[in-house]
Design a binder for this molecule. Structure first.
Ligand code: 6PG
Length: 234
């Protein structure tokens, strides 16, 4: 599948470019399917983009927001990806509550939460077990260690190929994450990567050859656009 790498000067420029890509993906999806399915990324980088999305005059009743991963905490927790996304974007637009497809983090067993989210995605897209649905747009970040979503180095989640959603793990803490096969099925994947601390990992991820266990973002081989800032791209 295609891969495009763009170098921008800073996080603000990355966010502006990402906003245009979101707008183009929205336009195409609404024209074709009369709905837009977008997967939000966690972490701090996407926040500026989310604040810009909050200014868009979209037909929010036709927009469905999912998350690529979630820390296993309540939405009120400062660590919550859902909480950050709601504060920066979703609380500021007229999107129906039923169009916000949050990852459950209340079951005592994270594996139950992963199953619930997978079933929810299957029901939403009307696909059977074993089929992989296609999101219109998946937003991703990348950590200094080359992880994306909650696909962290040397974890079992990297090897899960027969599920849409699984349990990830960071420093012994559970996370819920979309799997690489589900992410790769997306019509378009946009990575937002900035900061010198990510330069080493980014070079390894974009290199022709490398170890996916060491740099899990290498698992993402779908139709991908990398938006990198100058300091992250050596
Ligand atoms: C998360 C994210 C994670 C994030 C990267 C980059 O839950 O933390 O999904 O994959 O995108 O860690 O995070 P920053 O944008 O904060 O650098």
């Amino acid at each position: 599948m295609a891969r495009q790498v763009e170098i921008w000067n800073n996080r603000a420029e990355i966010a502006s470019r990402a906003l245009l890509l979101c707008q183009l993906a929205y336009n195409e999806a609404i024209a074709k399917n009369d709905r837009f399915t977008i997967v939000a990324a966690g972490g701090s980088t996407p926040r500026v983009l989310y604040e810009l999305l909050a200014t868009k005059e979209w037909e929010w009743s036709k927009v469905h927001v999912f998350w690529g991963d979630e820390r296993y905490v309540p939405v009120s927790d400062p660590q919550s990806n859902e909480g950050m996304t709601r504060k920066a974007w979703l609380d500021l637009v007229a999107i129906p509550a039923s169009n916000i497809h949050a990852i459950p983090t209340d079951p005592t067993d994270p594996a139950i939460a992963a199953n619930q989210y997978e079933q929810h995605i299957q029901e939403f897209f009307g696909v059977a077990s074993g089929e992989i649905p296609q999101f219109d747009l998946i937003l991703l970040g990348m950590g200094d260690d080359g992880h994306t979503a909650s696909l962290f180095p040397h974890t079992k989640a990297l090897k899960v190929s027969d599920r849409l959603v699984t349990v990830g793990e960071k420093d012994g803490q559970p996370r819920i994450t979309m799997t690489a096969p589900l992410i790769n099925q997306a019509k378009e994947i946009v990575f937002m990567v900035d900061g010198a601390a990510k330069a080493k990992a980014l070079t390894a991820v974009l290199a022709p050859k490398g170890d996916v266990n060491l740099y899990p973002s290498r698992l993402i081989t779908g139709n991908t656009i990398w938006l990198c800032d100058r300091t992250a791209k050596v």
